[in-house]
Each structure stands twice: as C-alpha cells, then as structure tokens.
Design a protein around this ligand. Structure first.
Ligand SMILES: [Zn+2]
Length: 424
C-alpha cells in the first residue's frame, strides 16, 4: 500500500509537470492582442530580435520552474512521511540527545537538511539559468553563501515556532490553532520590524545614496511626501544581478525605501524619480500594514484549516504516513505540506491585492512626476534588464504576478500621455 501510494504521488507529479509544460510551451498564447501591436507596450518596438527571443525563452523556463517547485515540495514532504523518514528523524533525535530539550532541534535539523538537499537541484537550475541569460551576475560562492544564510534563518525561525506549536497542541488539542495564531501576531510584527535592520543586511550592504547630485533630487521628492531622508537607502546589488528594482520594507521607525544600485546606475534621473515616486506611494499609503493585516487574517483561516486537515489526514491515513498522533513531532512534515498547499491556493488572492496596490502606485507616481515619457521608458528598460515577458499567460499572471503585466502598466501610462497631451 505504501509503495503504491508513493508511485501514485510521483506519477501525479509527473503528469502535472507535463500538463504545465504543455500549457506554457504549446497552449498559452503570449502574442500581443491586435490593438496593442505597435504601441509602446509592444516589446518589438523597444527590444531587438535577439532580446525578444531570449525573453520569450527565459520567461517560459522560469515559469515552468516556478510551477514545478511548489508541488515538488508537497511531494517531498509526502514521501518523507510515507517512507518513514520523519519517524527515523525522531528516532535519531531521541537516541543522540540525552537532554530532552535538544530532541526537537535535532529532529528539525534532520528535516531541514533533507529538505535543503531535495530542493537544491531545482534552486541550482534556477540560478544557473539566470546566469546563462545574463540576468544574475552572482558567483557560485556568493550564491551558495545566500543559500546557507537562507537555510540558517529558516532553521532559526522554525526553531522558535515549532516547539511552541507542539507545546500548544499538547496543552489544547482543539484550540492550538487559535492560540498559535494569537502568538503569531506580535511575532510577525516583531520580525517585520527587524527585517530591514537585522535580516536584509546579512545578504547585502545598505547605505545612503552614493550619487549626491541624484540624492538631492530623490530626497526632495521624498520630502514632498514627508518621508525623512534617513529612510531612503541604496543597496548594493550589481554584484548579484543585472535586473532593476526598488522596494519598501520594515515597519514603524524601521520603515524604508530601498533603491537597487542597478536601478540608480542604469536609468536616467527622470526615470529614477518615477520609480522613486512609485515607492513613495507604497510608503505613504502604508501598503505594508495592509499587507500584514491581510496576511494575519488569512493565516487565522489557514491555521484553522491546517488543524482540520491534519486531524482528518491522521485519522484516515495515519498508519500509512506513520503518524499515530497529530501532537507528535513526526507530524511536522504534514504541517509544512498543508501550509505550503494553502499558501499556494491563497496566492491568486494575495497577488490580486498586490496588483491593485501596484496599479495605485503607478498612478500616484505618474501624477506626482507628470513625465510619461520617462515612466514608459523606465518600464521598457525594466523589461529588457530582467528579460521579462510583457504579456504573460493567464495562469502565470494569476499565480505569479504580484505586479500588473508590463502590457497593463505601459498601456496605462500611454493612456495618461494621450489624455494629457490633448489637454494641453
Ligand atoms: Zn511597487
């Protein structure tokens, strides 16, 4: 029975992979609708033939990797349970730790190591693909260092969460999801507060803007929106990527706008000011706080569903998955699997909310800078530098796109340009 279930799971994954491959490479039509051909959103007007081919190829493979990697995680956790690895990790932890308090950290390190090894090939393929297409400029050593930092931060975070979670399960079999959620509220806020000052600097260097002439212009724009100068940072990314980006992170006194140095180096001043104005909108309209509120609401529902699904699964398949009791640490891979599944299912909704905020930020930015030419050319440059696709397939948009497609973003700006020109 166990072997049969394993074979079915692997088969299901392969069939799903084939379906996604067929969808992305043969079914989905990413050519531009007729009415957009020749417009400023049409990539053939701003990319050369080689760039067009590369961006199409690169996007397709990236999308395929995206759609494979999350279900691969589910498969991994399922097989870890099915073939008794979780049971073995617990046995190894019990045997090697004389002190009871060390058993959970040891169980967790085994599970984390196996998960790291299993996901490493896909991660490596993704990295080397990015190198091949000259998006990533990161050396293998630097990439590996980031992978290891990821590993330890994840391990450290779960080391705080998992013992509390299983303690709550033992204390209250029916309400642990609620108490867990209540504790997650201050924990999430605390982590969001620390993120830009403790976690992000482990990966990259952050500093005030280097180009002082440009800094004066950027800070003048920030000042207009009442953003203190010390909340604007540059981050060193040129050693890692050719792509352009900027973002807002942190809460309270740690809230900040971060501009990648690649953006500052490769765009002209007016283009940079448009990007900056976009980030200013996220900052002043407090999109991060809405994001956290939405995430906390969804996680309450998510934890409740996890509780229900875990109990049901252990009742029905406990013998095959080698979990006698939900409250036993052996059920942790099941918890991770359900969490990952629910996050994936929720992503169309969270992406939709994010796309709404991004659209607002674009509108705010064009109203603030009133320079559609600079805005449009900055998006064209963003497309070129990341070899991104202007008009992604529907499923890609739904599951992957936290921003509107470049087709939507550039068309919106072009419309602004046309109405504005007529008004003059
Ligand atoms: Zn944005």
């Amino acid at each position: 029975m166990v072997r049969k279930m394993g074979v079915y799971a692997v088969l299901a994954f392969c069939l799903y992979g084939l379906f996604i491959y067929w969808y992305l490479f043969h079914f989905a039509n990413t050519s531009l609708p007729f009415e957009y051909q020749g417009s400023k959103a049409d990539p053939s007007t701003f990319l050369n033939g080689r760039e067009l081919d590369l961006s199409e190829e690169y996007s397709k493979i990236r999308n395929l990797l995206f759609f494979l990697s999350t279900p691969f995680e589910w498969l991994f956790y399922f097989l870890i349970l099915l073939f008794g690895f979780s049971k073995a990790f617990k046995r190894w932890a019990d045997q090697s730790a004389k002190v009871k308090a060390l058993r959970m950290p040891i169980y967790l390190i085994w599970l984390s190591l196996f998960a790291f090894a299993a996901t490493f090939p896909l991660n490596y393929i993704s990295y080397s693909l990015s190198r091949t297409y000259h998006i990533s400029t990161q050396t293998f050593a630097s990439w590996m260092k980031d992978e290891l930092i990821d590993f330890w931060i994840n391990y450290g975070t779960w080391l705080i969460i998992v013992p509390v979670l299983y303690w709550l399960m033992k204390k209250s079999q029916k309400r642990w999801w609620l108490y867990g959620w209540l504790l997650s509220v201050p924990f999430t806020l605390f982590m969001m507060f620390l993120q830009p000052v403790v976690i992000d600097p482990l990966y990259n260097d952050f500093y005030p803007l280097k180009n002082k002439e440009l800094e004066t212009k950027i800070l003048a724009l920030a000042e207009k929106a009442h953003i203190p100068a010390q909340h604007v940072f540059e981050v060193n990314m040129a050693d890692k990527t050719n792509a352009l980006n900027a973002y807002v992170s942190g809460i309270g006194s740690n809230a900040r706008i971060v501009l990648w140095d690649t953006t500052l180096n490769r765009l002209n001043d007016n283009q940079i000011l448009f990007i900056m104005a976009h980030e200013i909108c996220h900052y002043v309209e407090k999109h991060i706080y809405f994001g956290i509120a939405g995430y906390l609401l969804l996680s309450l529902l998510g934890l409740y569903l996890t509780y229900k699904i875990m109990n049901w699964t252990v009742r029905k398949w406990g013998k095959e998955l080698k979990i006698d009791d939900v409250r036993d640490i052996r059920s942790l891979p099941l918890f991770f699997m359900i969490l990952s599944l629910l996050l994936f299912l929720a992503s169309p909704l969270t992406n939709l909310a994010s796309r709404y905020e991004e659209k607002r930020a674009d509108q705010y930015a064009i109203e603030m800078t009133k320079n559609p030419e600079a805005a449009i050319s900055s998006f064209q440059e963003l497309t070129r530098s990341g070899l991104s696709e202007v008009n992604p397939p529907l499923l890609v948009k739904i599951f992957r796109y936290t921003h509107p497609s470049m087709l939507d973003r550039i068309s919106m700006l072009e419309e602004y340009e046309i109405t504005h020109r007529n008004q003059q």
